[in-house]
Design a protein around this ligand. Sequence first.
Ligand SMILES: NC(=O)N[C@@H](CC(=O)O)C(=O)O
Ligand SMILES: [Zn+2]
Ligand SMILES: [Zn+2]
Length: 347
Amino acid sequence: MNLTIRRPDDWHLHLRDGEMLRAVLPYSANHFGRGLIMPNLVPPVVTAEDARSYRERILNALPKGADFVPRMTLYLTEKTDPADVVRAHQEGLITAVKLYPAGATTNSDSGVRDFDKVRPVLEAMAEKGVPLCVHGEVTDPEIDIFDREAVFIDRVLEPLRDRTPGLRVVMEHVTTRNGVDYVRANAGSGADIAATITTHHLIINRNHILAGGIRPHYYCLPVAKREEHRLALRQAAVSGDARFFLGTDSAPHPDAAKLSPCGCAGCFTAPNTLSILAQVFEEEGALDRLEAFTSLNGAAFYGVEPNPARITLTRRDTPAIHPEHIGFDTARVTVFDPGFPLFWHVE
Ligand SMILES: NC(=O)N[C@@H](CC(=O)O)C(=O)O
Ligand SMILES: [Zn+2]
Ligand SMILES: [Zn+2]
């Protein structure tokens, strides 16, 4: 069986920097036309100048002849200058701004604590149509980690959208039925809310992380939730609803940092994402909607044409071989293991 679709885009991607960047980039560049590049480097990508030089480093790391365009984001801080953001967006240097609540996830220390301090930036973004990509979790230690996304919607997202009419928001890596329902319920208010869904959250629930032994490679943020939430995500992804699209959140970390007493969050899914997604859509009887999720809906939200190139996926009787790890001089990174063989090959 064959499926030819527009070349996909990855609207949430961590490429890191230096030798890690050079090691992981070819996997994304192989299958994706564009990637929205997350700015949570150390130090973060805060200004237009930072984004310009990071973009340069990515372009220099691209394999020869690659058909991949990095689209940049800025990391929102309480000191972000609205004029810098607007200028960078008008020049086409950045596609969006990323909000990390301080302390919510990997390298989020420079993120936002006091939302009043970023109001001028958000207002400028609303006026100029610069999308805000949101890591939607509260950091209040009183709130159970499995409830942090749902509480964020009520405490932070809804008030923020109320105060900033017209602000276009992407709920990144949505993990709950609450998130899916929130996006759906705001249908009436125009194209100002959407959500990315990752590959791994379509596969794992919280049992996969914790039952029968702890599995650090399944630990990511937001953490995977109960099965009912995974099913809600699958349903949203395969529905064809234009407000849901792929952002893999492929987030490589060296094994040494994952397999530690305080292991860090992130799943590295770039190499096998498309094989996994084809299988998910096949299982859901929705192969005809895979292209909308991977290649059309996100482009429409960001106001760009779908990629002109196409890729062909073929379902064979023999499993597709993906590396278990990728390695470079000083580190090894483990590839996300869906826990079942993958029969869809990317040609
Ligand atoms: N998703 C993750 O678990 N980790 C991401 C950060 C993020 O996207 O929140 C990372 O940068 O490692
Ligand atoms: Zn995040
Ligand atoms: Zn991420």
